[in-house]
Ligand binder design. Structure first.
Ligand code: MN
Length: 500
């Protein structure tokens, strides 16, 4: 019988020395808590551990230990190393030039004293830096953002995929996907316990990191996805020294003045439609700028404030962002499925939390969106007080607005994560900020930031990317032509000096 994913994971970890642990872009409390916990645990097991994520974590997560160890790029270079035996001579100068006739790159080494012989040179390859990759909380490789490239890394090195998303594409060599787990952190507790054979690996810091994941993905155990097991695991983590109060303070009780000002504006704009049982608010780009806040400050107001309203079925927040209007929806009354409303506009999500995005400006689309929603509810799709509607129904139907334009790269993870309002709902390349109560940063990674050594034109490389050599003055080679018959002035030649 084949070993369980858990057993296979433990075996791969035991065999590995250099482990890369990665998680999805726009990291959240679960992914970051898991990265930090595994960094601490695997380091305690004497592994070399690199933790990476395409984007920097939001400031609110800075209380997690080792979070500053998080890399935003992976060094996956596999270099060809030419090594020279120094027993017989010391290196005075090192250079390289392109031999266009034979299409070769010639490396030219001049000795200080003595001579180098052919047998002093050896060629070897530096293997990939890692022998195991653990991917956390990511339903597919694309969710790794810029870290998904170069993709061959994930095919050459064994991948352990640990996740709790139903849409997980089982892309790993080992796929440990537990759909009933509230968070990836909950799964890791079981892994770390199993790794704790010789010593207890769940100390205060590990417990705090894992508890952050559990608290984040359950909205502090308020969400419907909260299970008896998650409460038991949380109690266990608190007993192990997990600092629950510190986590709550950083995740929910620390708001910048700019965020509070923006929330004030949104609350002032709240309107209620008593007939159709919903409330909504809207915020323009201008409002966001005036408050001195950024879009990430929009996250949370729905979950922390608007969702607490009574006597309505759902809440809607419209926000203007870069030429588009984002709509974030939360169901308030039981049994209201807001994903049906998001679908009208080409969006989607879950019963409790959904989102959509359309092109255009708020001022032009707000009424259109509201009318569409009212019309939809009049058809009895969502909770609506039909007695109050009868008089107006015909009038509303006549004024059915034109179909709002859908944004093009629209994509919703239809069978996505459990109906947790914490889970981000993917809209094309962007996260729906309003679907998480926590601040999220848009990806700041640009293609040119991604380090690569694939450029064969060495003169175009930054020296530190290629080798530890430093460039020296260009004219030096003309003094040293005697060291090699092959050197011709017309050849392009780059001289470097050894500085190890
Ligand atoms: Mn998660």
């Amino acid at each position: 019988m084949e070993n369980s994913p858990k057993q296979q994971t433990i075996e791969l970890i035991n065999e590995a020395k250099n482990i890369l642990v990665v998680s999805h872009k726009n990291p959240d409390g679960d992914s970051l808590g898991c990265l930090v916990a595994l960094k601490l645990v695997l380091t305690a097991l004497e592994k070399n551990v690199t933790i990476a994520c395409a984007d920097q974590p939001a400031k609110m997560f800075s209380f997690l230990t080792e979070i500053n160890q998080l890399e935003t790029k992976i060094d996956s270079s596999k270099n060809l190393i030419i090594s020279l035996n120094l027993d017989n001579a010391e290196v005075e100068k090192l250079g390289y030039k392109k031999n266009t006739q034979e299409n070769t790159m010639d490396i030219v080494i001049s000795a200080k004293e003595g001579n180098f012989a052919e047998e002093d040179v050896k060629v070897k390859r530096s293997g990939a830096k890692f022998d195991l990759i653990i991917i956390l909380d990511s339903p597919n490789l694309e969710r790794l953002g810029s870290l998904a490239q170069p993709a061959d890394l994930f095919y050459e090195i064994p991948v352990v995929n640990i996740d709790h998303h139903p849409a997980n594409e089982r892309f790993g060599k080992v796929n440990w996907v537990e759909l009933i787990a509230t968070s990836t952190a909950e799964i890791l507790v079981s892994l770390i316990e199993a790794l704790s054979k010789d010593k207890n690996l769940i100390d205060n810091e590990v417990a705090t990191a894992l508890l952050t994941g559990l608290i984040y993905d359950t909205s502090s155990f308020q969400n419907v996805n909260t299970t008896p097991k998650s409460l038991t695991v949380a109690a266990q983590l608190v007993a192990a020294g997990g600092r629950q109060q510190e986590i709550i303070k950083h995740l929910y009780k620390t708001k910048s003045l700019e965020t509070l000002k923006l929330w004030g504006t949104i609350l002032l704009n709240v309107k209620e439609d008593k007939i159709h049982h919903f409330l909504w608010s809207s915020v323009t780009k201008d409002d966001i700028e005036k408050a001195g806040a950024d879009e990430s400050a929009l996250g949370g107001i729905l979950d922390e404030l608007l969702k607490s309203a009574t006597d309505v079925d759902f809440a809607l927040l419209l926000s203007e962002r870069e030429g588009q209007v984002h709509g974030s929806l939360r169901s308030i009354a039981k049994g209201i499925d807001v994903s049906q409303i998001a679908t009208i506009f080409g969006g989607g999500g879950h019963e409790a939390a959904a989102a959509f995005r359309i092109d255009g400006r708020l001022v032009d689309s707000e009424n259109e969106i509201l009318e569409k929603i009212r019309h939809f509810q009049n058809s009895g799709n969502v909770g609506v007080d039909m007695d109050n509607v009868v008089d107006k129904k015909d009038e509303i139907e006549e004024e059915t607005p034109a179909e709002p334009k859908k944004s093009e790269n629209f994509e919703i993870d239809a069978d996505g994560p459990p109906p947790s309002v914490q889970e981000d709902i993917e809209l094309g390349e962007k996260e729906v900020v309003g679907s998480s109560p926590l601040e999220m940063e848009e990806s700041g990674i640009k293609d040119e930031d991604i380090l690569g050594i694939s450029n064969p034109d060495l003169s175009a490389q930054k020296p530190e990317e290629l080798s530890p050599f430093e460039k020296s003055q260009e004219d030096e080679i003309s003094d040293d032509k005697s060291h090699s018959d092959d050197l011709k002035e017309e050849d392009s030649f780059t001289e470097t000096e050894t500085k190890w």
